[in-house]
Ligand binder design. Structure first.
Ligand code: HEC
Length: 458
């Protein structure tokens, strides 16, 4: 905990604190550059390819990185810093333990050879090398990382975030106007104002509940701290600084039903001056036939109690798998007091499958981790999450002195949620009569649990 730096508001606004799902790290080209560094590495041949592959997704204009790393001059100015963060593995940010579980797609961690190249280049006085150093980086279509989406949905009007005051959780209803059900392979979010937009989540609403809330409140949208604040019919994941987008595997899609409204919940962090935002999201339709539909289940502990001053509180949560599924991905979620997070499955035959381990939780980097292989979890499997929280007096603790912290949506409360992205095993939606019913199965399971708990309290 000792090396944690305090974070100020402006930094926080750039950084993540909450994401539901969906966003995935970039596919990094296979075959890392610089596996056999030359005696004296230079920028053009050795360093630029590393920065292009691993760093400039964030370190360029209008992205979350605090400075640009796209030109020789920029990189040279910071050569030693680049080697330092590479060596201590704080950059590129990636919090999962690669040795635990099935292995993770899109792991951007630098190889030892790449780290050595950055160090040797800094030591040698950052030579430029011959050839074109600053060729224009591949353009992204209008800021979209995955290219122009098939459908772009935009907040219907701009929202002005006041200069100060508490964080705002504002929901905006965007009619999707889709005339048929579609499956999407990726959802990309483009915050209208990266300084003020802290995170975004999107929900699907088929019953007009969002529109009613919107009408009842003055100004654009309505306030809801807890998700969309109305019953929803699905979600479209979310955005937070640091998570990146990729397509789902072929054959897997995320359903957006015909006529659905998208409810965009935006968490705004006031920056000290009024900020205007008009966030967009882009849908990429599946190009291949969709056999399976991905949905997000979760292991949640909303009863957590973190006593003031306790530096290591263990909290557990379990999801009981209701039908045979295959797990594709996991998204851990905690707030500022999280220390570590581990997800494991215990199958009905008693065997154990490790899924995900985050040894040092960092609330700034909440990511969705995609497993290298699909993991079959038969009905009756228990997905266990074990996490630890630090409620002692440390810079990240929002309470000084510490006080009892319980479940809640605000960054001064805590949460423990292990989201898990699953498809129904054996589902083939290209077969006639096959139903996309996993969301309903998960929703029924959720409401049964809520009712049981309500009954138990009587
Ligand atoms: C996913 C986005 C992302 C990627 C990829 C990324 N960075 Fe960063 N980087 C950031 C952000 C955000 C910060 C600001 C950190 C903070 O506020 O704590 C940062 C900070 C830094 C810093 C300053 C460190 C400090 O302690 O203040 C250096 C140096 C750096 N990055 C280098 C790199 C290098 C080199 C790479 C590639 C090997 C890289 N980054 C990849 C987002 C990224």
């Amino acid at each position: 905990m000792g090396n944690r730096r305090p974070v100020d508001g402006a930094r926080l606004a750039r950084r993540a604190a909450f994401v539901l799902a969906c966003a995935v790290p970039f596919a990094i080209p296979a075959g890392s550059p610089g596996d056999e560094p030359e005696p004296t590495p230079n920028y053009v041949r050795d360093v630029r390819p590393i920065l292009q592959a691993r760093c400039v997704t964030c370190h360029r204009k209008d992205r979350v990185g605090p400075f640009d790393l796209q030109t020789y001059d920029h990189a040279k100015k910071r050569a030693r810093d680049l080697a330092d963060v590479a060596e201590d593995r704080s950059m590129p940010p990636w919090k999962a333990n690669g040795k635990f579980g099935p292995g993770l797609k899109h792991d951007p961690s630098l190889s030892e050879a790449e780290i050595a190249t950055l160090r040797a280049w800094a030591e040698a006085g950052s030579p430029r090398g011959d050839g074109e150093a600053d060729e224009a980086p591949t353009a992204t279509a209008g800021g979209w990382t995955l290219g122009e989406p098939d459908v772009v949905l935009e907040m219907t009007e701009s929202f002005t975030v006041p200069a100060g005051g508490p964080d705002l959780y504002r929901c905006f209803v965007i009619p999707s106007r889709l005339s048929r059900d579609v499956y999407v392979s990726a959802v990309e979010y483009l915050p209208g104002n990266r300084k003020a937009v802290h995170h975004v989540m999107a929900f699907l609403d088929l019953n007009g509940g969002g529109r009613e809330r919107d009408k009842a409140e003055a100004g654009p949208g309505y306030t809801s701290y807890s998700g969309a604040g109305v019953p929803v019919d699905g979600d479209l994941g979310g955005y937070a600084a640091g998570n990146q987008v990729a397509h789902l595997p072929d054959g897997v899609g995320r359903l957006v039903p015909r006529g659905a409204d998208v409810i965009l919940q935006v968490h705004y962090h006031p920056t000290g001056k009024p900020e205007v935002d008009r966030t967009r999201l882009g849908l990429h339709l599946c190009r291949k036939p969709v056999e399976q539909s991905i949905h997000w289940a979760n292991a949640t502990n909303d009863k957590l109690q973190l006593p003031a001053g306790d530096a290591n509180v263990e909290v557990k949560a379990t999801w009981h798998v209701p039908v045979d599924v295959e797990a594709l991905a996991a998204t851990p979620h905690m707030h500022e007091l999280g220390r570590d997070f581990r997800m494991t499955a215990v199958l009905p035959d008693g065997s154990t499958r490790d899924l995900l381990d985050i040894p040092r939780w960092d609330p700034s980097w909440q990511n969705t981790y995609y497993f290298k292989e699909r993991i079959t979890l038969p009905k009756g499997t228990k997905v266990h999450v074990v996490a630890h929280f630090d409620n002692s007096d440390h810079p990240r603790n929002p309470h000084h002195p510490p006080r009892l912290v319980t479940w809640g949506p605000s960054s001064t409360d805590e949460m423990l949620v292990g989201y898990i992205g699953v498809v129904k095993k054996g589902q083939d939606l290209t077969r006639s009569g096959e139903e996309d019913d996993l969301f309903q199965i998960l929703a029924r399971q959720y409401f049964r649990k809520v009712n049981r708990e309500r009954f138990a309290r009587r």
